[in-house]
Design a binder for this molecule. Structure first.
Ligand SMILES: Cc1cc2nc3c(=O)[nH]c(=O)nc-3n(C[C@H](O)[C@H](O)[C@H](O)COP(=O)(O)OP(=O)(O)OC[C@H]3O[C@@H](n4cnc5c(N)ncnc54)[C@H](O)[C@@H]3O)c2cc1C
Length: 441
């Protein structure tokens, strides 16, 4: 029980009820930066904001039971710092400092421990939610299991997450990195899949720098480090993986190793990769929060672009990864490509039965395409990626442009479960529907 938290929640619930009475559609405004790609003419933000920015506190870190209770606006930087002080860490720490625990559940975040633990949602034990009727409800795998499942990947369309309880795991102070290099895809894939069956490494992900330059980034917690590298200012992490064969980072810096460049967004402004420029202005422009704020300020410039760059995570079943690669290197051809093996402990309730059966097996490969220019006169690479993902029995996140027809969308997503959850949580449709939020209808 936390009186301050309860007071904030009842105030937000009252605000939702007011909008219901006035029949006004609402959207969640969580504060901080959002990791949604701005789309010109975006319909996703055109309703009344419900301000939940005050829900940003860690409520409890239970060291004995390795469990944390937090409000949804807690960022992973805030969380990792607090838990690491107690020798613990969340099972999944998405790589950008400003991603929040609520956003990670609603938007399907994964990372380099996902080959063991799944997505962040898979480490969660309980959610408190404000429904579209302004009621407060608690759900868990035992209490309201369907609602618990469906809040994951609901992208703010079912209710407002207001408190999350999730598991933590022991962590050490440093991470030792080993970079295994390959010059061909079959050897790279074979080694990645082999390692995912072992417990040799605490962290596994990879970067494909080019068609013949593949790196497996393998990390282990260690108590001591002979040195620690710093990628917070002058040096660039993703490049170091091609140059070095081993490295040491503090665990906090490992968690946010991609944050300084927001993966490789800085690559699109080549000056930002130069040391003198980084020395002069790095403190003001580098870091995912800065970079996202700047790119949103330049939103209007998007209108000069035919289409926004392709930024999307797609989950491809491991058995189709080879097919994906053959297509990607030939027809898509954008590097670096970030790859994160991701084990789904049990098929999610939001995936339709038929698509879930096609996904088969539990290991997915998250292929993160961050920043492919998309101005070709006759090819829309965003649509092409979406179509290929479907053809290869995969799923994409909905964080950027979406092209599905309604029929295709509900072939992939579980309409029956979604409608049931919507009826329970948001019968008056105060929040948009899942398809409607992401498509111009
Ligand atoms: C450039 C870029 C880089 C990325 N890098 C990574 C990465 O390294 N690792 C990774 O795992 N993921 C990454 N992602 C994806 C990211 O994890 C998801 O987009 C995630 O949903 C972002 O969460 P957020 O806290 O920023 O929330 P937002 O982006 O603000 O919101 C995400 C969705 O969650 C909903 N939502 C937010 N809060 C709540 C709440 N309290 N209750 C209900 N719904 C809510 C919103 O309505 C929205 O639909 C990246 C995305 C982008 C665009």
């Amino acid at each position: 029980m936390n009186a301050e938290h309860d007071k904030k929640v009842s105030e937000i619930a009252a605000a939702v009820r007011e909008h219901v009475a006035e029949k006004r559609p609402v959207q969640i405004q969580k504060g901080g930066v959002s990791h949604f790609v701005p789309v010109p003419g975006d319909m996703r933000r055109k309703s009344m904001p419900i301000d939940i920015s005050g829900l940003s506190n860690i409520l409890e870190i239970d060291v004995k039971n390795q469990r944390c209770i937090a409000e949804p606006g807690v960022t992973f930087a805030q969380l990792a710092k607090a838990t690491l002080e107690k020798g613990l860490i969340p099972m999944v720490v998405p790589e950008l400092e400003g991603i929040t625990v609520g956003g990670a559940v609603a938007g399907c975040s994964v990372e380099s421990m996902s080959y063991r633990y799944g997505g962040f949602h898979d480490s969660c034990e309980e959610y408190e939610i404000i429904t579209g009727e302004g009621k407060v409800l608690t759900c868990s795998p035992r209490q309201e299991p369907l609602l618990f499942e469906m809040v994951h990947g609901s992208y703010g369309t079912l209710g407002i997450l207001t408190r999350l309880t999730f598991k933590l795991v022991p962590a050490k102070q440093f991470v030792k990195m080993e970079y295994r290099k390959f010059n061909n895809f079959p050897a790279y894939q074979a080694e990645m899949l082999r390692l995912c069956k072992t417990t040799e490494f605490d962290f596994i992900d990879g970067i494909v720098h080019s068609r013949d330059n593949f790196v497996l980034c393998l990390g282990n917690f260690v108590d001591k480090a002979p040195y620690v590298s710093n990628y917070r200012w002058l040096n660039i992490f993703y490049k170091s993986t091609a140059e070095k064969s081993e490295d040491y980072l503090t665990t906090f810096d490992y968690c946010f190793r991609y944050d300084t460049e927001c993966h490789w967004i800085t690559k699109s402004v080549p000056l930002l990769e130069q040391k003198p420029v980084r020395f002069a202005v790095g403190k003001f422009v580098l870091g995912s929060t800065n970079l996202i704020k700047w790119s949103k300020r330049l939103d209007s410039l998007l209108k000069l672009k035919k289409r926004p760059d392709v930024v999307c995570d797609i989950f491809i079943p491991a058995r189709r990864f080879n097919d994906f690669w053959k297509w990607y290197e030939k027809d898509f051809d954008f590097f670096p490509l970030w790859v994160i093996p991701y084990r789904i402990p049990k098929m999610y309730g939001w995936v339709s039965k038929t698509h879930g059966a096609r996904m088969q097996g539990d290991l997915m490969i998250d292929c993160a395409v961050y920043g492919k220019p998309n101005g070709h006169a006759s090819v829309d690479y965003s649509k092409m990626l979406e179509d290929k993902t479907y053809e290869l029995d995969g799923v994409k996140t909905l964080i950027s442009r979406n092209h599905y027809t309604k029929e295709r969308f509900w072939e992939i997503y579980n309409r029956e479960n979604y409608d049931q959850a919507k009826l329970r949580l948001d019968p008056k449709a105060v929040f948009p529907g899942l398809f409607e939020k992401f498509h111009r209808v």
